[in-house]
Write a protein that binds this ligand. Structure first.
Ligand SMILES: *[C@@H]1O[C@H](CO)[C@@H](O)[C@H](O)[C@H]1NC(C)=O
Ligand SMILES: *[C@@H]1O[C@H](CO)[C@@H](O)[C@H](O)[C@H]1NC(C)=O
Ligand SMILES: *[C@@H]1O[C@H](CO)[C@@H](O)[C@H](O)[C@H]1NC(C)=O
Ligand SMILES: *[C@@H]1O[C@H](CO)[C@@H](O)[C@H](O)[C@H]1NC(C)=O
Ligand SMILES: *[C@@H]1O[C@H](CO)[C@@H](O)[C@H](O)[C@H]1NC(C)=O
Ligand SMILES: *[C@@H]1O[C@H](CO)[C@@H](O)[C@H](O)[C@H]1NC(C)=O
Ligand SMILES: *[C@@H]1O[C@H](CO)[C@@H](O)[C@H](O)[C@H]1NC(C)=O
Ligand SMILES: *[C@@H]1O[C@H](CO)[C@@H](O)[C@H](O)[C@H]1NC(C)=O
Ligand SMILES: *[C@@H]1O[C@H](CO)[C@@H](O)[C@H](O)[C@H]1NC(C)=O
Ligand SMILES: *[C@@H]1O[C@H](CO)[C@@H](O)[C@H](O)[C@H]1NC(C)=O
Ligand SMILES: *[C@@H]1O[C@H](CO)[C@@H](O)[C@H](O)[C@H]1NC(C)=O
Ligand SMILES: *[C@@H]1O[C@H](CO)[C@@H](O)[C@H](O)[C@H]1NC(C)=O
Length: 732
């Protein structure tokens, strides 16, 4: 591999254009696009924010897959929360309307035609905020659908003693005010990500819309498909929280079988990641059961970790899914599996369990079957971009699929009837590209946000580069470089060194509204974003090598990367650089503060990062620390101590900006407060930014603008690019 490679002709941009945080945050955001069954049109949503009016506007739009023409669909985005094509029809749609006039807090299901959406008809009134619609058309013409919602546990009753039917969907708007606010726990996991756990758990529900009665709902209550599953430690829940959604379950094309993901019921869910795929008949004649759980062939083969993306083949005979090996690791290689489904004599069963290309050293993300059910298209992270690959069902163990896409990152894709792919992509320079990738490799670019969005005008791949350097473990490490839009060759720009989170994650060539490298670069920096030990997408060895080594190999890699930049990139001013990171990246900035590299920066930005590894045990997903620190805090205390940033306070001296949010239950704000308190009492210039309504990241656009403004003021002041610190923080 060349030591230095530039993927785009290094054009110096001509204009003085630069993208500001405000432009980036107000620019349109587009969802991925879903094609109709013939692959002629695709539906997607777009929304944009006006800082002037403090309003967000949204629309559902149609993309013509031959011409790239975009038109408004006529579907109201304020009403329609999600929409899918109605299987078996040309232009039919079925959608969830967020308003239910009968039951406040509920939703409604409507069926219509995309050519005349205003004539859609309400077919079902659901008494809770269901989402995640998946639909199958059965041979009788009835539609079978799946949705999910929080559900009451068995035996729940109103305070007056009136019982709810067991397992019914939970509608927060119909719940009477409780008499007290205390929350009592005796199981691990009082809270998760950004919320305290209550008694309710998510469940997948099934319902039928009958063809013979204008698609009226068969029974008024939907069936909770998790009911009846036995457990002795962890109550069944699907989708798996906090990020699970409709890709955690699927319905067979004939509507007769469902599959969903559920965490291991015999393991506690804070210390284990294991989850299995459950299957059951839609008619409810059997209770859903897992096929890759403890007594399965998969388990016997050592595959015991988190499962994902159960996906039926178009012919309905197979199911593909992913699974990790380790039962308390979340960043193991995600491998692809396929099983045959049988429904002989009404009983749902599986056979011919088979790993596909298990030696391929990449982690499988999304799964999309080819129309002939003979191969599976998957996405996987590979050298800092997510690419599409194709794996035949007949693949041998040693099969290595070819890269089908490059340059930009695949956000998601759909397979068209002729096996070409409709790809929704992004990169450092475009928030959304739509293109069709033909089987012969040719690409038909239909749309690029660069061409349409004023805020993005002038961006391009000319600011993007990457380099490779030798890391602490002897392997070649990858790093991104993003230059300012108005970069000129004979100038130097201070370094903005950005460390990614995870640590099992990556700095990738993607568009982001949180850490948008072009926006940082356009403040007047060269962004260098390395992928040190722990990073994903470069092979499992690099990812796994971080275990028990949070402050060693990655730190050394980050030092080596910084030295590489100093020696090789003449346009980077390393004398006036800054370093920034969130989550693990925040931990690393705290580690850098206490080590020699900290002296090389003018300022540090730490977002929701560990300052005290012992305090980090107030986290929630305890498997994470247990894995990464090589054991629990009581068995492996020495590893926690060895890599504890707070043990190096004596060396702290660099001005530091600390962000820590109140709803961050992954790493409670006490970690950021301790850091800030120490900086302040040591007299080190520092600021503390807290969002009471944000979790581990920042989502609200107005909050994001404040986040950018204050961080940029800080770094621009210390790096000398011109920030002002004349705003008035909340004082003494
Ligand atoms: C803000 O609202 C005003 C008045 O309705 C409108 O004219 C203007 O176009 C809006 N601005 C944006 C950016 O949406
Ligand atoms: C469902 O499929 C049946 C049989 O293939 C077909 O006749 C019917 O039109 C389809 N209905 C819908 C709403 O897709
Ligand atoms: C897909 O959409 C196009 C454009 O509305 C329509 O003409 C076509 O019939 C649809 N095809 C199918 C099979 O859904
Ligand atoms: C959504 O539901 C509301 C209340 O029933 C109705 O007024 C509105 O027209 C519906 N919108 C759509 C797009 O179905
Ligand atoms: C509901 O659950 C409770 C508690 O598990 C149980 O006692 C009751 O029998 C269940 N009700 C029905 C209708 O099964
Ligand atoms: C108990 O409370 C619920 C919710 O307020 C109400 O719907 C129900 O009618 C009440 N039952 C009785 C017997 O009062
Ligand atoms: C409609 O079909 C369902 C089964 O799919 C059946 O139970 C019901 O009796 C039918 N109703 C009418 C009005 O034909
Ligand atoms: C909850 O109640 C349903 C019936 O209402 C039953 O099928 C199920 O087994 C019960 N689950 C537990 C865990 O008691
Ligand atoms: C739960 O059940 C499993 C078997 O499915 C058993 O191995 C385990 O010991 C049980 N755990 C508890 C806490 O009862
Ligand atoms: C990579 O992208 C270039 C265009 O930038 C294209 O010519 C080439 O065919 C692509 N290669 C693959 C494997 O997609
Ligand atoms: C950089 O080059 C431009 C023209 O290429 C010239 O106008 C400018 O003076 C140069 N600046 C420096 C600092 O040399
Ligand atoms: C500790 O880390 C080493 C090296 O990564 C690994 O081989 C070992 O299995 C780990 N031990 C535990 C208890 O996780």
């Amino acid at each position: 591999m060349a030591r230095y490679l530039s993927i785009a002709a290094a054009l110096a941009a001509t204009g003085a254009f630069a993208i500001t945080p405000e432009q980036m945050l107000s620019a349109p955001r587009r969802s991925t696009a879903t094609p109709n069954s013939s692959g002629e049109i695709a539906l997607f949503s777009v929304s944009e924010y006006s800082f002037e009016n403090q309003t967000r506007s949204a629309a559902w739009q149609l993309l013509n897959l031959q011409t790239g023409e975009i038109t408004d669909s006529g579907l109201s985005a304020s009403d329609v929360k999600e929409a899918v094509w109605l299987p078996g029809t040309d232009t039919g749609i079925i959608y969830i309307n967020g308003t239910n006039e009968e039951t406040p807090g509920g939703v409604t299901i409507w069926i219509g035609d995309i050519r005349s959406p205003s004539e859609s008809k309400l077919v079902a009134s659901l008494g809770a905020p269901f989402s995640g619609l998946r639909v199958a058309n059965t041979s009788s013409g009835d539609l079978h659908f799946l949705v999910n919602s929080l559900a009451y546990p068995n035996g729940t009753a109103y305070p007056n003693g009136t019982a709810y039917p067991n397992g019914t969907a939970y509608n927060p708007e119909s719940v009477p005010e409780p008499r007290y606010s205390g929350r009592l726990y005796e199981n691990i996991y009082p809270r998760h990500w950004d919320h305290w756990l209550t008694k309710e758990r998510y469940a997948v529900f099934g319902g039928a819309l009958l063809a013979n009665s204008s698609y009226g709902l068969a029974n008024t209550a939907l069936r909770n498909l998790l009911q009846g599953i036995e457990f002795n430690v962890t109550r069944p829940e699907s989708p798996v929280q906090p990020f699970g959604g409709s890709t955690d379950y699927d319905i067979s094309p004939d509507g007769n079988v469902f599959a969903f993901l559920n965490k291991a019921t015999h393991l506690n869910k804070a210390e284990f990641t294991a989850s299995y795929i459950y299957l059951g008949p839609f008619d409810g004649s059997e209770i859903a059961a897992p096929f890759n759980g403890p007594d399965s062939e998969a388990s016997a083969g050592g595959h015991k970790g988190a499962s994902g993306s159960p996906t039926f083949s178009p012919d309905g005979f197979k199911l593909a899914y992913t699974q990790l090996d380790g039962d308390y690791y979340e960043s193991d290689r995600s491998k692809l599996y396929v099983v045959d489904i049988s429904t002989d004599s009404g009983k749902v069963g599986v056979s011919s369990w088979k790993p596909l290309a298990p030696e391929w050293d990449r982690s499988v993300g999304s799964i999309h079957w080819a129309p002939d059910s003979e191969s599976i298209f998957v996405s996987a992270e590979d050298y800092a971009i997510t690419r599409a690959f194709n794996i035949p069902v007949s693949a041998e163990e040693t099969f290595v699929p070819e890269r089908l896409t490059n340059v930009t990152s695949v956000s998601d894709f759909s397979v068209l009837p002729d096996s070409s792919l409709l790809v929704s992509a992004s990169s450092v320079w475009t928030s959304r590209d739509f293109y069709v990738l033909k089987a012969d490799g040719t690409q038909n670019v239909l749309f690029s946000s660069l061409d349409l969005d004023e805020a993005l005008a002038g961006l391009g791949s000319h600011t993007y580069e990457e380099f490779f350097y030798t890391g602490s473990l002897g392997s070649e490490l990858h790093s991104l470089v993003v230059k300012p839009s108005n970069f000129v060759k004979n100038k130097t720009y201070p370094l903005a060194y950005i460390i990614h989170g995870g640590p099992q994650g990556s700095n990738g060539n993607v568009w982001s509204t949180g850490w948008n490298f072009q926006v940082w670069a356009d403040q007047g920096y060269i962004v260098v974003a390395p992928n040190p030990t722990g990073s994903t997408g470069f092979g499992q060895y690099l990812t796994d090598a971080i275990q028990g080594n949070w402050g060693s190999y990655p730190y050394e890699d980050i030092v080596l990367g910084w030295e590489y930049v100093k020696e090789n990139l003449s346009y980077v001013d390393t004398e006036n650089g800054i370093v920034a990171g969130a989550s693990y990246g925040g931990y690393m900035t705290n580690w850098i503060q206490g080590h020699d590299l900290g002296d090389e920066f003018k300022a540090i930005v730490t977002h929701d990062g560990i300052s005290n590894t012992l305090g980090a045990y107030s986290s929630e997903e305890l498997w994470f620390l247990r894995h990464d620190f090589n054991g629990t805090i009581y068995d492996e205390g020495a590893t926690y101590e060895k890599f504890n940033p707070i043990n190096h306070i004596a060396n702290w001296s660099t001005p530091q900006f600390v962000v820590h949010n109140s709803l961050d239950y992954r790493l409670p704000e006490s970690n950021g407060l301790a850091l800030f308190n120490i900086l302040q009492s040591k007299g080190i210039p520092s600021r503390f930014l807290n969002f009471p309504d944000e979790s581990h990241g920042v989502l609200n656009v107005e909050n994001l603008l404040f986040w950018h403004t204050e961080i940029f003021n800080w770094i621009n002041h210390y790096s000398g690019v011109g920030g002002k610190l004349d705003n008035v923080p909340i004082g003494e």
